[in-house]
Design a protein around this ligand. Structure first.
Ligand code: 13P
Length: 249
């Protein structure tokens, strides 16, 4: 049985007070025992969030990390800094980081290596752009993203990896991949893992879907055989919406 996971990627939202308010509401909600729930606040709110959620089952992830251990990298944050405030999961490869901050499969492979070596968990994001889907290149693009950033890893460390398929055309647009489109891609991804590693490993890796998941569509998407949960942007900023998605399995 794979982990069922719902993670909220807050992006550059929620200051100190907003974080406190939102997390206090989330804490008071009853959560299903079989779902891992995570939130990913901004770097400045990580320490506060870990403290606030100390006795709760919600865990805290960061939205990024630098590939280097320390040094002259102005504005950057290292794996040890994250571990030092109690964060053990890192989101890597989000499409906004790829498009706005020039991350690519090669630089992401370095971040992946550093994060794995630090013993942390990765939520690895990838997905095709609209033009790539329109020209029927989405499978090829996803294969390349996974092969170049992850397939050098040994099978043993895949217990530290969660995948998040986020078609770029569905992020923040209100347009969602249909449950059938999500299932088709997730099954393709599982096959890639099976071909490169083993069927056993392919069955164990959790694959999340991200892109305009809302209370109204979460259940249908999560009911797909190869969809193990969601990475939620906009709807994770509202406690009722996020909790409704957490309870949508
Ligand atoms: P939305 O849910 O706002 O489309 O964002 C998805 C996302 O980017 C999660 O990482």
């Amino acid at each position: 049985m794979r982990d069922q996971i719902v993670a909220g990627n807050w992006k550059m939202n929620n200051d100190q007070n907003q974080t406190q308010t939102l997390l206090n509401v989330l804490k008071n909600h009853k959560k299903p025992e079989n779902v891992r729930v995570m939130v990913a606040p901004a770097f400045t709110q990580l320490s506060q969030s870990v403290t606030l959620l100390e006795e709760d089952m919600i865990s805290v992830a960061s939205q990024n990390v630098n590939a280097e251990a320390s040094g002259a990298y102005t504005g950057e944050v290292s794996v040890d800094m994250l571990k030092g405030v109690g964060v053990s999961t890192v989101i890597l490869g989000h499409s906004e980081r790829r498009s706005l901050y020039h991350e690519n499969n090669t630089s992401l492979a370095d971040k992946v290596n550093t994060t794995i070596e630090a013993g942390m968990e990765i939520i690895f994001c990838f997905g095709e752009q609209l033009e790539e889907r329109k020209s029927n290149r989405h499978f090829e693009v996803v294969k390349e993203q996974l092969s170049e950033a992850l397939f050098h890893l040994s099978a043993e460390v895949w217990s530290q990896i969660v995948l998040a398929y986020e078609p770029v055309w569905a992020i923040g647009t209100g347009e969602t991949a249909s449950p059938a489109q999500a299932q088709e891609m997730h099954a393709f991804i599982r096959n890639l893992i099976q071909d490169h590693y083993t069927a056993d490993l392919a069955q164990k890796v959790a694959i999340l879907y991200g892109g305009s998941v809302k209370p109204g569509n979460a259940q249908e998407i999560f009911s797909m055989e190869d969809v193990d949960g969601g990475l939620i942007g906009g709807a994770s900023l509202n406690a009722e919406d996020f909790m409704s998605i957490v309870n949508a399995f």
